[in-house]
Design a protein around this ligand. Sequence first.
Ligand SMILES: C=C(O[C@@H]1C=C(C(=O)O)C=C[C@H]1O)C(=O)O
Length: 395
Amino acid sequence: MSDYQTQLEQIRDNISQLDGQLLKLLADRQQLTNQVAETKIRAHLQVRDPLREEQLLIKLIKQGQGMGLTPQYVTQLFHVIIEDSVLNQQMLLAQKANPDNDLPLNRVAFLGDKGSYSYLATQKYFSRRPGELMEMGCQSFDEIVAKVESAEADYAVLPIENTSSGSINEVYDLLQHTSLSIIGELTHPVEHALLVAAETDISQLKTLYAHPQVFSQCSHFLAELGNIEVKPTDSTSAAMLKANELKDPAVAAIGSAAGGALYGLTPIKSNLANQKENHSRFIVVSRKAVNVPLQIPSKTTLVMSTVQKPGALVEALLVLRDNQINMTKLESRPINGNPWEEMFYIDVEGNLQDGPMQSALESLRGMTRYLKILGCYPTEEVIPTRVAAASALRQ
Ligand SMILES: C=C(O[C@@H]1C=C(C(=O)O)C=C[C@H]1O)C(=O)O
């Protein structure tokens, strides 16, 4: 071994040791933040404390500068650390409020197989939760919902909207008729890559396999590609499986690089989506609604149909405004069998137990033809606390 190699190995050993220590410190920090959660449960305090976060960040940015670490680096690092701490605390509070939901095995139905975006979202959502995960890949949204309704599965993870291709109508329509409740949500980045099983390059490709939603999210890239046959599949994982089976230099699948790796596929081009910030939002549904503690930020989803008179929807929305309730999404879908009538799906910030929410629901019940609460669930989005580096350095 050359001197350089020996030297490099020694330095790398030291780095690995430090990384191990960093991990140990992060685990110790997690223990302490879990203790904070216990105290908050007893004291009925909100999980999130923006002032504490701001003071913490200001102090850390200043300390970091003294050690040669940039404010951007320190801020980014601690946003991740705090996000994890907040999500873990939220989970602990939610667990305490729903002791019956602590299952040793969580049987979860989702679209596709290993490697699909739904699979990756399922892994992410349940990784923080106690109990083992039993994956139940399904071939259609109908099958997924039926699995939970018939108690073959405990939960389903369903994609509901995407930042490029918009709402997933099929899932909205299923929500209209199911007795299941929304108990959680999460967003997951969708990073489409061109995945191949054989040595090749873009110019040799003749056939592309992907889910139709993926084709619409990558339409600009496909238009640039020109004369290529696009073959729709039931799921992203089915597309990957196809590419893996064919091992043909003329064939590629579109999906995530992480998912593709599970099928031995190599990404030859990434960032294929029209919108560079491409995220999907998923909902988690179960047979039983959850109890969301007031200390956790939450959302409530409603579905309603208004009476047939001018301004009926506006009037319903004014009820939300009058109760200071913030609407985060409004979606409309046709009602089967009633041409030109619509079901409105509304996501609002707030807990079902809140006074303003209760009074808004009471008013809405009086003015709508149909109103159903699809669920009240914890908000998974932890918006990072921002501090200007200048304000940290001024302290
Ligand atoms: C740990 C706490 O809970 C939250 C997480 C924080 C953290 O991880 O440092 C800080 C403030 C809170 O938003 C706390 O309140 O101290």
